[in-house]
Design a protein. Sequence first.
Length: 656
Amino acid sequence: MIKFLKRSSSGLALTTSLLATAAIMLSACDSKTADFEELAKTSEAMQAPPEPTVDKYGDPTGPATVQQAREFLEEAEAKIEELNEYGSRVYWVNANFITDDTNWLAAKVGAEAALLSTNLANRAKRFNDLTLPPDMARKMDGLKRGSNFPAPDKDGAAEKLSTLMTKLDSTYGTGKFIFDEKAKTSRKFEENTELNKNEVVLNLGEASDIIAKSRDPETLNAIWQGWRTISKPMKDDYASMVKIVNEGARELGFADTGALWRSGYDMPADDFVKEADRLFAQVKPLYEQLHCYTRAALNTKYGDDIVPLDQPIRADLLGNMWAQQWGNVYELVEPKGATKGVDVTKLLEENDYDALKMVQTAETFFTSMGFDPLPDTFYKRSLITKPADREVQCHASAWDIDDRDDIRIKMCTKVNAEDFSTVHHELGHNFYQRAYKDQPVFFKDGANDGFHEAIGDMIALSITPDYLVKIGLLYEKDVPGADADLALLLRQAMDKVAFLPFGLMVDQWRWKVFSGELTPATYNSGWWELRNQYQGLRAPNERPADAFDPGAKYHIPGNTPYMRYFLAHILQFQFHRAACEQSGFEGPLHRCSIYDNKEVGEKFNAMMEMGASKPWPDALEAFTGARDMDATAVLDYFAPLMTYLEDQNKDRTCGW
Ligand code: X8Z
Ligand code: ZN
């Protein structure tokens, strides 16, 4: 995630306070010098041309010119750059050290950013009727979209919005609950709560480990419920926030905030909805087969009461707090008698990997493709393990502090396969940021947000058994043969295919929230309807009337749009297939690794350094030759698995 630019298109503290001060001084002068001015006006009118009039932003009224547009963009660029760096540093400190004071600072700079972005978006409207050169028009369009969380142009709105957003984020980041290990129950954590015997306080990292490893349904249910106690108190703040950003979005000319988000893909917003549906329709049959197969395996493990074969799957049984990736329960679905694939967690442990070594290994992948090594400051300034003595926002993120070389990650890395993948994901953001650092600030972004999320994931698809041999994690003799392909593909599908409907439903929910189709009273039931519809999942227990389960997923209180991850899960396979074709690889896609391939690296970099300077189909074409997002790459990759799943499921009643 690129924290600052993403969170709000930008802002500038100085502008705001200067503007405010100027307004106060002007009105004071006005009243004192009224008589003098009247006199002056009459005499001046005879001699000098009238003073150009200005609008409420201080911009000249009357027909706008291309030169004025150019100057406005230069001014905007300078202000954005300045506030970006300042804001990034404040946000960095806040995320690495969550306290009341750093929350205060983050809320303050967030308000400044919201004010600047609203100011620039409104001022950009002045150039609406002007035909601008394409580059300038693209910059102007970006400004007119404001930010993903726009503040309306009225006193106090930016401050209120930013305070709410900071509070939601830190509530998630500091969330904990109480778990009774013996009774297998959980309850809400409050400061100074006295713990009973057998009770422990758990944070998300600890709770996630239990969800990943425990196979006891009662424990899983309790942990799952426990984590969802942290989000109940968010509901009212979330509803207030929605109201404010919707007002901001309407001022920018959008029906609601969802429409604003959907307008960010170089195509009409309605077309984007169709595009997402089209992509999901391509992969839905594969997901349905995986769901059917997984449910049957869980039924074998847990029995009919816990996993009935005609019901959606209980969401706490899939090895992940949100059931968004299922790889942690791979051992429960492993094809019986089939040759084993590789267990990356085990290899990392056996080879004494720590968080630093994981990051260095991921870096080496990129440098092997010809990318420059990360700067020394990356290792000096990044946070890669959870500190014991302070509150940090553990949700992994990648940062570009100065929009040039000061790139970092922040991640509470654990030594396991999931985080090994995530480390590559995060470095993908950083290498992308550095590739487009010479673009103007408006274009320092992914071709679309799905591209940003797909870069590192595409690299991680190259973590094949042969690659693991090259980096010394696996002995040559232990490389599984072709008879292990099924196991390798199923392990991958449990993460990547399982994710697809989740990736889509999160913003389906938010779109409904922003449009008003869901209200605070139906936030939670609406969430579960979508979980059911898209993922075929159900809550393990009756949800309390005041539950706010969406808030237990980082990107809701963290206010990060989610469609990007759905797109990334399609794009990464498209990138991977293109890269493997370029490298002349002829085997199955899941055995292809582009490690050490400089030609692919050069072409990948050519796409990456474009940033957001051109519509995303241009960037996609630069690397893959195609101009459309296309899920056939997912289907190609998993084709042998699909055949197997269909065969296994042939006597089952699939669906929910
Ligand atoms: O949030 C992330 C990254 C940071 S951009 C760790 N991801 C999504 C999630 O965790 O829900 C990566 C995959 C999906
Ligand atoms: Zn990411």
